[in-house]
Each structure stands twice: as structure tokens, then as C-alpha cells.
Design a protein. Structure first.
Length: 314
């Protein structure tokens, strides 16, 4: 039964990757020839499978969600929770499904207020390579260059020289101090010297979600900073399993916001949507590219859901 489930999952994943236009191994020509066939086949299988439980219009919506990698159980739960007649037209159903999906996502967090008397201390945590340092630079650009606020950057990532260099370049460019704090004591001292800042941005070392000790070390350094906001950074280009694991493993850092990066690289937002639905922390920022000056926006739950319906597998 387990093996059947795994095969089934693989088939759906393969089919959705072909439908969503992801690059595949093997001959492009052969794949192109197979696309129409797979599209019909998988569509029929999914519709047939859900037919016992869902009306044809609902089954169509289910197919769109699952092919866009919304978790199957979540897709089914969303559709079964709707109180609408089974005779509803597809477009009307789609509007209601989108509303329900937005309702299931955490809300959007407001940006840090301007009139706080103390500095707002914003720390970013998350797995390696998800875009923490780049996002710190984007936030610094926004707060310092675009809003003229007094910003200090602190990095707790002292493991790699390159990691400090990466931020130092931005610090020079923005004319903002960059402090280095690899221990809890250094962090306390650094924070004490930031009294005149409006915003303090703390970068942390990338931690593999499997490395509990290192995550705990990051957590204890952060505790010394007593941050106002701790943002868990999750990449939309990472698998559902990896992001879900990160949401659990990083809970020791007491994150209270979520940043979604690399939306531009995601083939579909269905997996990220499925992860976010399990979370309680509000969504703060979304990043969609490597350009530090422009590729960051306040998170908008409606936009995340809409993008699932905007991909080309209808
Ligand atoms: N396409 C894309 N790349 C990004 C985005 N954010 C960061 N990156 C890239 O991801 C890579 C790792 O970023 P980095 O900030 O060093 O990750 P960190 O290890 O979490 O600090 C770099 O090549 C970044 O340019 C994004 O929103 N979109
Ligand atoms: Mg980094």
C-alpha cells in the first residue's frame, strides 16, 4: 500500500511537472509528444478518482489544485468544506475556492511601525541558501534608502568569511554600520550599541534543518537580542517536505513571521500554500528575484492563492 502511494505521488508529481513546463530528463521531442496524452490521462484519473466524492465541477477544481501541487488531502478538505450547490458553474466555484484558500492562509503582518520608541529588531532565520542575507539587504534598501530610516545590520553568521563580506558590501553602499556577533554576549553588546537606530536587521547563519544543535545555537544568540520580530525564511523553490521540516525545526527560534522567497523560481505555489496553511505566524514579506532594490513586497495572501490558478494547467 505504501509503495502504491509513493508511485502514485511520483506519477502526479511527474505529470504536474510536465504540465507546468518544468525541464525534464530525456528527449524534449518525446516529452512534447507525450504531453497531450498525459494531460488527458492524469486529468481523467484524478477526476475519476474524486468522482465518487465530488461533483464534476468540484472534481475539475480538485484537479487544478492537485496538479498545482496543493496537498491532496488539503485540496479535498477545502472543496468538501464549501457550502455551495453542486450545480455551481466552474468560474463561480473558482471564486469561492480562492476565498476559502485565502481564509486558510495566515494573515499578512503590517510592516514595522514608524513611531516605535525603541528600535524595531528584526531577525531572519532559516535553512541554508533560502535567501536570508539577500533579504536582509533588500530590507536595508527599503528602510534605509527608500524610507530614510536609521538602520543597523548585525550578522551572527561568522562561520563563513564570504557571509560577512556579502553584507559588508551593502553596509558600505548604504552607509550603515555592520556589527558582527557570533556569541550571545557579543549580541547583547551589539544590541546595546543600537539605541539610536530605528531598525536593527539581524542575519543568522544558514542552518540545515537537520542540524538541531546549530539551530539551538542560533536560537540562543537571538535570545540575547530580544528581537521584536523573528522571520522564518522559506524558499518557494524547495520541496514541501523540506519546508515543512524547517517550520518545525526552527520553532526553537520562536519565529513569529514568515518570509517567502524565490517566488520567481517556483513552478507553482501549491506546495508553499500547503506549508503556509499549517502555520500560525503571519506572513511578512515575499521576494521574487535577485535584485536588491526591487524584488521584495509585503506578503499578500490573495496573490499567493491567485498565482496557483494562474499557472497553465487548466
Ligand atoms: N531567484 C531568486 N533568487 C534569490 C532570491 N533571494 C535570494 N536569491 C538567491 O539565492 C542565493 C542564496 O541567497 P543568500 O541570501 O546567500 O541565502 P542565505 O544562505 O539564506 O543567506 C543567492 O544566489 C541569491 O541571489 C529570490 O527571491 N529569487
Ligand atoms: Mg546568508
Amino acid at each position: 500500500m505504501q509503495a502504491v502511494q509513493t508511485d502514485r505521488q511520483k506519477t502526479i508529481q511527474y505529470a504536474s511537472s510536465v504540465l507546468l513546463g518544468e525541464p525534464q530528463d530525456g528527449s524534449t521531442n518525446r516529452i512534447e509528444l507525450g504531453i497531450a496524452e498525459i494531460r488527458t490521462l492524469v486529468g481523467e484519473v484524478l477526476e475519476h478518482e474524486s468522482a465518487g466524492r465530488l461533483s464534476p465541477t468540484f472534481a475539475k477544481a480538485y484537479k487544478v489544485l492537485v496538479l498545482n501541487r496543493v496537498e491532496e488531502s488539503l485540496a479535498m478538505d477545502i472543496l468538501q468544506s464549501l457550502r455551495v450547490p453542486s450545480t455551481i458553474e466552474y468560474e463561480a466555484l473558482k471564486t469561492i475556492v480562492i476565498e476559502e484558500m485565502v481564509r486558510r492562509l495566515p494573515s499578512a503582518a503590517p510592516p514595522p511601525s514608524r513611531d516605535a520608541s525603541k528600535p524595531t529588531i528584526i531577525a531572519l532565520v532559516g535553512p541554508t541558501g533560502v535567501g536570508k542575507t539577500t533579504t536582509i539587504a533588500k530590507l536595508a534598501t527599503k528602510f534605509r534608502l527608500q524610507q530614510g530610516r536609521n538602520v543597523t545590520m548585525i550578522t551572527a553568521d561568522t562561520y563563513r568569511v564570504a557571509a560577512v563580506d556579502q553584507l559588508q558590501q551593502y553596509a558600505d553602499l548604504f552607509d550603515t554600520p555592520l556589527l558582527i556577533a557570533g556569541t550571545a554576549l557579543q549580541m547583547k553588546e551589539s544590541i546595546a550599541s543600537c539605541r539610536d537606530s530605528d531598525i536593527v536587521l539581524i542575519d543568522t547563519a544558514g542552518r540545515s534543518a537537520a542540524d538541531r544543535d546549530r539551530i539551538e545555537e542560533t536560537a540562543s544568540i537571538l535570545e540575547a537580542a530580544n528581537p521584536t520580530e523573528v522571520h522564518l525564511v522559506l524558499s518557494s523553490a524547495t520541496s514541501l517536505t523540506a519546508t515543512k521540516r524547517a517550520t518545525e525545526r526552527f520553532s526553537v527560534t520562536r519565529y513569529n513571521r514568515v518570509i517567502t522567497t524565490k517566488v520567481d523560481e517556483a513552478v507553482t505555489m501549491g506546495e508553499m500554500f500547503s506549508t503556509l496553511c499549517t502555520m500560525r505566524s503571519p506572513l511578512s514579506w515575499v521576494t521574487n528575484g535577485q535584485d536588491v532594490a526591487s524584488h521584495i513586497d509585503l506578503a499578500k495572501p490573495e496573490k499567493i492563492v491567485q498565482s496557483i490558478f494562474d499557472t497553465n494547467s487548466r
